[in-house]
Design a protein around this ligand. Structure first.
Ligand SMILES: CC(C)(COP(=O)(O)OP(=O)(O)OC[C@H]1O[C@@H](n2cnc3c(N)ncnc32)[C@H](O)[C@@H]1OP(=O)(O)O)[C@@H](O)C(=O)NCCC(=O)NCCS
Length: 176
């Protein structure tokens, strides 16, 4: 018999994670705006996203009770000559955090990037959060972003053999 605390942490309806669709843009951007605020546009990672489109096949929305309650986006980039993706933003609605949705979204995004044949995933974030999914600052130490950034927050995960050694050089956006 589950205890009361476990029941309270269980969503009434298990969220469905599905690829982002063109018609989800407004809901997804609303979720991201609420999680990050307007300051997000000043971040260096945004230089890789502005005027680009996320790859919708590699971007996911968590749906709960008809609402978009979480999202993760991925954007095609080049790291030196290696085709890779930039992961982010990732956001979970405030009242649905700490239920495992963020973890599910990260794992789904990583699987999709690997299945699509990309050599690596790059992101700017907290190693404490993303380390358990294979991301590290060490793997990204020779990667340069197009602007000021705390290099300790530049994290990479190589996908496939040999990719880690090749992760070096400037990061550039490419069209989805
Ligand atoms: C970060 C965020 C997406 C996590 O979503 P979530 O659904 O609460 O995450 P989960 O419930 O799947 O937690 C996954 C793990 O990450 C940990 N975690 C969650 N948020 C964390 C944070 N900000 N820093 C470090 N660890 C964190 C959890 O403790 C959990 O670890 P555990 O499995 O050992 O308990 C969510 O808190 C959010 O939207 N925050 C605002 C936007 C943001 O900061 N995005 C990340 C930018 S890099």
């Amino acid at each position: 018999m589950p205890n009361a605390a476990a029941l309270a942490a269980t969503p009434a309806v298990a969220p469905l994670i599905a690829p982002e669709r063109a018609q989800d843009t407004r809901l997804v951007e609303g979720l991201i705006d609420r999680a990050f605020g307007p300051g997000r546009f000043a971040k260096t990672a945004e230089r890789l996203r502005e005027r680009q489109r996320p790859d919708l096949g590699l971007s996911f929305v968590a749906w709960g009770e008809g609402r978009a309650v979480g999202c993760v986006r991925q954007w095609p980039i080049l790291i030196g000559d290696v085709p890779a993706v930039l992961l982010g933003p990732i956001a979970v609605q405030e009242d649905r955090r700490r239920e495992g949705l963020g973890a599910s979204l990260i794992l789904r995004a990583c699987d999709a990037a690997r299945d699509a044949g990309y050599g690596a995933i790059l992101l700017v974030g907290d190693e404490a959060l993303f380390g358990p999914y294979g991301f590290s600052a060490a793997a990204a130490s020779r990667v340069t972003l197009p602007g000021p950034v705390d290099q300790r927050r530049v994290l990479a995960r190589a996908l496939g053999s040999g990719a880690a050694a090749a992760l070096s050089g400037p990061v550039r956006p490419i069209a989805a």
